[in-house]
Design a binder for this molecule. Structure first.
Ligand code: FE2
Length: 134
């Protein structure tokens, strides 16, 4: 597994950390499926699985932001929207041209690097806030 959660990404909220670990696992599955040249139908399953999990995880963070009146909610949710849009564009590229080295590199930057940065700066801040409220 090349893409994985590391302890420096901890947010102090176990539930959110567990979901981040799962998110990394599912992104890793997608990248592996692309690298191994898996059949389109097989990759579609992995993509659908990841898509559903992204919705669930972002929805869960949003639920807590609303429940505890998080002040940076708007900016944080705009970042989530950006991720969903970027992921959507990558999916379209895959549908149009299949997996190739360029797509995998792009996904590494736009999904993996983005996620790590988002967790380090935005989710850690959210985690600290929630820890005081929960
Ligand atoms: Fe987040």
């Amino acid at each position: 597994m090349s893409v994985q959660w590391t302890p420096d990404l901890g947010t102090e909220v176990n539930e959110i950390d567990d979901q981040h670990k799962e998110l990394f696992k599912r992104i890793d599955s997608l990248l592996e499926a692309w690298k191994q040249g898996k059949a389109h139908a097989e990759v579609d399953k992995v993509i659908n699985f990841l898509t559903e999990y992204v919705v669930f995880h972002f929805g869960n963070e949003e639920k807590y932001m609303v429940k505890y009146g998080y002040t940076n909610k708007v900016q944080h949710l705009a970042q989530h929207d950006l991720f969903v849009k970027t992921f959507g564009r990558l999916k379209e590229k895959f549908m149009a041209r299949g997996a190739n080295a360029e797509l995998i590199e792009e996904a590494n930057q736009l999904l993996v690097d983005w996620l790590k940065n988002h967790i380090k700066y935005s989710d850690k801040a959210l985690g600290l806030f929630l820890k005081r409220k929960m």
